[in-house]
Design a protein around this ligand. Structure first.
Ligand SMILES: Nc1ncnc2c1ncn2[C@@H]1O[C@H](COP(=O)(O)OP(=O)(O)OP(=O)(O)O)[C@@H](O)[C@H]1O
Length: 513
């Protein structure tokens, strides 16, 4: 990360704490690594993101229903899903810095550097030649062709090593590429070891292996095991989807970068069950739909891109990420996976129960194929927070920090500010608030000068401030101040509701998708 972006990210993190968005977990005991608590403003923002997702899935699609499965599941679930045997990350330690890394991420970092080199060559050439043909240049320039060859070769070696669980080969790749620890600068590495990411605990009073259960590492399996329950009781016809929002737990090897990679986090997942053979069509459909959902938020379309997976899981037909331009660069925000019938078939095998759908049109039973969309709620939160955070210099020479959070997601939609604490202004303000509070989350404040109060609302992203002054008592008008433009206009109290609801409603945002 470049220094400037690094500093900005640090400021975002500090701001999130100072203004009640995110606190380190159990902070009075010095915190717990990669675990965070959401504060009074964070919880509201998070709930609004959930609502935007949940309503998109379950209101806008009459063939998608939502469930809420338990975190604990029968331990065989995780045998069937492959997590007990294969939910591992390869870890490696540097003996000098004593830092721990994911071996695959070290190798990916090497590949990223080659990709950056290619981009630099492209940029240089684009400046030199008129009518520059990027694809032609990449296909023919000697240096770029070499870089690309190297990338393919490394990717192929890593894919094979990860696929077969060959950790000796993973270590060899790191040695061959002469990858050094960014901290110590040395290549004094340990062997690469597999590390299972699932947390386990015991159920009941006996602490022995027979009672061992796991904290779910993904919410998807709660959907798969309930597939027939939902299909039958909801009389669902294929294609249909099951959506869920819930906690997931992963003992991540390297948990840095604030809430981007946590050990306890939340996922918003939807499994879409389709007829075998139709998964390709639905995969494309969901890719497009999910991208539109993101872009409608208004954080800037250019901040999103697709990234196709080259290394597919053995059961996957296709997989891609929607990446977001986080402060540390483009990273995965959401995964879209065509998972075939792997999960349901595997649960059939391990449970001995049929998980088939009877298609009355074709008069046949089959195990449906699945297309999954899976987005991290905390990563969504980070994308909104980091993108909204702005340090601005104003015309009068002063500074302000403002969170330009999309209005429908803002923790508070409107601040109600009586200009003074006397002359009946607080009473009038309370009257206005009592009318608005059923539709819009309001923040009431009467302390300090109005300018100071505006700044505090800017810092928590409140899109509108309403000031009640003496004129309000005469003609029932108030001033509305817009967070982003800082412009103020005089509005009649009776017009407030419709004006504010229009701008702040999640339902209106959903209409734009
Ligand atoms: N440790 C984590 N902390 C926060 N969010 C996470 C974490 N792991 C996964 N997610 C979120 O859940 C989504 C779906 O999970 P999935 O298993 O596809 O992630 P993943 O491919 O393992 O992610 P990564 O490659 O970043 O570890 C991800 O796109 C991400 O938004």
């Amino acid at each position: 990360m470049a220094n400037q972006e690094d500093n900005l990210f640090k400021n975002v993190i500090a701001h999130a704490k100072e203004y009640g968005f995110i606190f380190p977990s159990s902070e009075i005991y010095d915190g717990l690594s990669a675990v965070y608590d959401y504060g009074q403003n964070g919880a509201e923002l998070k709930n609004n993101i959930k609502e935007y997702w949940w309503k998109f899935m379950t209101l806008l699609h009459d063939n998608i229903v939502g469930i809420d499965a338990a975190i604990f599941m029968h331990p065989t679930t995780w045998k069937a899903s492959g997590h007990v045997d294969a939910f591992n990350d390869p870890m490696i330690d540097n003996k000098d810095s004593k830092k721990r890394y994911r071996a695959d991420q070290l190798i990916e970092g090497y590949i990223e550097k080659l990709e950056e080199k290619i981009e630099k060559e492209v940029e240089k050439a684009a400046k030199r030649f008129e009518n520059f043909d990027r694809d032609m240049f990449i296909a023919t320039n000697g240096r770029v062709v070499e870089y690309k060859k190297k990338i393919d070769e490394v990717n192929e070696r890593m894919k094979n090593a990860m696929g077969s669980g060959d950790m000796v080969e993973m270590k060899k790749i790191i040695d061959d590429l002469e990858i050094a620890d960014p901290i110590s600068g040395t290549r004094n590495w340990t062997e690469v070891r597999q590390f299972n990411l699932m947390f386990s605990t015991e159920i009941g009073s006996l602490a022995d292996d027979a009672n061992k259960i796991y904290l779910r590492p993904e919410t998807a399996q709660g959907i798969f095991v309930n597939f027939l329950n939902v299909q039958k009781t909801g009389r669902m016809k294929i294609p249909f989807g099951i959506a869920q929002i819930g906690k997931a737990f992963r003992n991540e090897i390297v948990a840095r970068q604030f809430i981007f990679r946590m050990r306890e986090f939340e996922q918003m997942e939807m499994q879409f069950f389709v007829k075998p053979g139709e998964e390709g069509k639905w995969y494309e459909y969901w890719k497009e739909k999910r991208m539109r959902w993101h872009q409608t938020l208004g954080l800037g379309a250019a901040n999103y891109r697709f990234h196709d997976h080259l290394n597919l899981a053995h059961y996957a037909k296709a997989a891609c990420d929607i990446q977001f331009n986080f402060p540390m660069g483009f990273r995965e925000l959401e995964g879209i996976h065509s998972r075939s019938d792997f999960d349901l078939k595997s649960h059939e095998k391990f449970s001995g129960k049929k998980l088939q759908y009877f298609d009355s049109e074709d008069n046949q039973s089959y195990v449906p194929y699945v297309v999954e969309t899976s987005v991290g709620l905390d990563r969504m939160f980070l994308s909104v927070l980091a993108n909204s955070y702005k340090e601005e210099k104003l015309e009068d020479g002063s500074d302000r920090v403002v969170l330009r959070i999309p209005a429908p997601l803002a923790p508070h939609k409107v601040a109600i500010l009586p200009l003074m604490k006397k002359d009946g202004l607080p009473e009038k303000a309370a009257e206005i608030m009592n009318d608005l509070k059923y539709d819009l989350r309001c923040f009431y404040e009467e302390k300090d000068a109005i300018g100071k109060r505006y700044r505090r609302q800017d810092a928590i992203g409140t899109p509108y401030c309403i000031t009640i002054d003496h004129q309000t008592l005469e003609d029932n008008t108030v001033t509305i101040r817009d967070r982003d433009t800082m412009k103020q206009e005089r509005v009649h109290v009776k017009d407030l509701r419709s004006k504010l609801i229009d701008a702040c409603s999640i339902n209106n945002l959903l209409r734009k998708i």
